[in-house]
Design a protein around this ligand. Structure first.
Ligand code: ADP
Ligand code: MG
Length: 417
């Protein structure tokens, strides 16, 4: 296991242990003090009061993480003193938790005063439900064919201290669609938990209306397409981005999802060292027995990022994403310079054409074995890997796993200037 996958699995383990693990230990697992045990005691007390129920048992990992992030309390029992004690033990500030001696004293008191303690189901706060009235738009972040993404502050206190979030909604003209891409994107993103996949925070449902918004973490540097032209990072960093994208894609594939829209515009930058895959609007689940997904007449497909089997048979395999990764790598290595944008590059190769003719010609040149040419600044070994992503038959293509190994080797020997 690589260093990053060990870190990823430790991080996952911490989130799985919510709400037993103290919040300060999720951020830093080494942060073990007696205060963490006080939190754990609070959770244990909860289990006792609720007859051995499992707290937050139906929550997905993203939702559990959100629960701590928003500093939510667990539901508390009817007995006021017990509820207070539990809340006190599970205070988010470790310094404010009670001394164990005080806990023992409180419990003694409760037991003498309340001979029978009954558990009461009370509704839990749901930190993944965002109220529309508290979402304050700051600016637009981006726009696609179906939707738009805005930067908002979620400010329930109304004092501008609330968190910044990215909010994706459908454009008004697409709102009528009964099973929109956005709903499916929400359901998929909620299931995913990986350090190289944009984090789901929740949804915002308009009162009475059908419209739904997706709330995600806000990544200040936008997509690689906006970031790379202004930040000429070293090749070593580009290889690190490649590894991270492949790790996110490997995880996605292991969950039997195909992304179907992997491109630099859909890879978001958290900071100079970390990128995350975003935009799961076209992502589909594949059935194990078939191993592919068939599209039925979708418009506006990112054709220049697509493998021949997607264009000819409308079939998408996990290996079809590998092809798109090759094109994405082409964008990375050229720093998303518009002079090397895959679309005009392909259009130059197929000559002047329009509409359906463009598709037919694109398929023809790909079938003839023509591929995007090696850009001047692209090292031979990187181009060789791109070519392995662009093998005509999906079975022959390199896998994300091997790509991770190969880029790790390149990363190890590249200089950081
Ligand atoms: P679409 O489905 O319309 O293509 P995307 O999810 O790709 O929507 O978002 C469009 C653009 O909005 C992205 O290319 C990026 O520039 C910006 N964007 C999207 N999500 C975020 C985010 N979480 N943080 C910052 N910028 C984002
Ligand atoms: Mg997009």
């Amino acid at each position: 296991m690589s260093v990053t996958s060990v870190r990823q699995s430790r991080c996952r383990e911490c989130v799985e242990r919510i709400p037993w693990i103290a919040p300060e230990c999720v951020k830093d697992a080494a942060n073990l003090t007696i205060a963490a045990d006080k939190w754990g005691f609070g959770t244990t007390l909860w289990e006792i009061c609720y007859d051995g129920e499992v707290p937050l048992k139906d929550k997905k990992l993203t939702e559990k993480q959100r629960f701590y992030e928003a500093e939510c309390p667990l539901a508390t029992p009817d007995c006021r003193e017990l509820a207070d004690l539990m809340t006190h033990c599970m205070t988010y500030d470790p310094r404010k938790r009670p001394f164990f001696r005080a806990i023992v004293r409180d419990i003694d008191l409760i037991v003498t005063q309340n001979p029978s303690i009954k558990p009461v189901p009370s509704p839990e706060v749901d930190p993944t439900m965002f109220e529309k009235r508290f979402l304050k738009k700051i600016r637009e972040l981006g726009e696609g064919h179906f939707g738009k993404v805005e930067l908002c502050r979620y400010d329930p206190r109304g004092d501008r201290t609330g968190e910044l979030v990215a909010v994706k909604s459908l454009k008004p003209e697409n709102r009528e669609e009964p099973c929109s891409n956005l709903r499916s994107e929400i359901n998929i993103l909620k299931e995913l938990y990986h350090e190289n996949i944009v984090k789901y925070k929740g949804i915002c449902q308009e009162e009475g209306g059908q419209a739904i918004k997706l709330i995600m973490e806000y990544l200040p540097s936008g997509s690689l397409k906006e970031y790379l032209p202004h930040n000429k990072t070293s090749q070593k960093t580009l290889y690190s981005y490649a590894i991270q994208i492949c790790q996110g894609m490997e995880y996605l594939g292991s969950r039997n999802y195909i992304h179907r829209d992997l491109a630099a515009r859909n890879v978001l930058v958290e900071n100079a060292d970390r990128v995350k895959i975003g935009d799961f609007g076209l992502t589909k689940s594949i059935k194990d027995n078939e191993g592919y997904y068939t599209v039925k007449g979708e418009q506006d497909s990112p054709v220049f990022w697509y493998a021949p089997e997607c264009l000819i048979h409308c079939k998408f395999y996990l290996a079809s994403d590998v092809w798109s990764f090759g094109v994405t790598m082409y964008e990375l290595i050229t720093f998303c310079n518009s002079a090397y944008n895959p679309m005009p590059m392909f259009l130059k190769m197929i000559g002047p054409s329009q509409g359906q003719m463009t598709m037919t010609r694109l398929v023809n040149i790909l079938e003839e074995g023509q591929r995007l040419p090696r850009p001047d600044m692209c090292p031979e070994p990187v181009y060789a890997l791109m070519r392995k992503c662009w093998e005509k038959s999906p079975e022959k293509r390199i896998t994300f796993k091997s790509l991770i190994d190969q880029f790790t080797l390149l990363h190890a020997t590249a200089s950081s200037t």
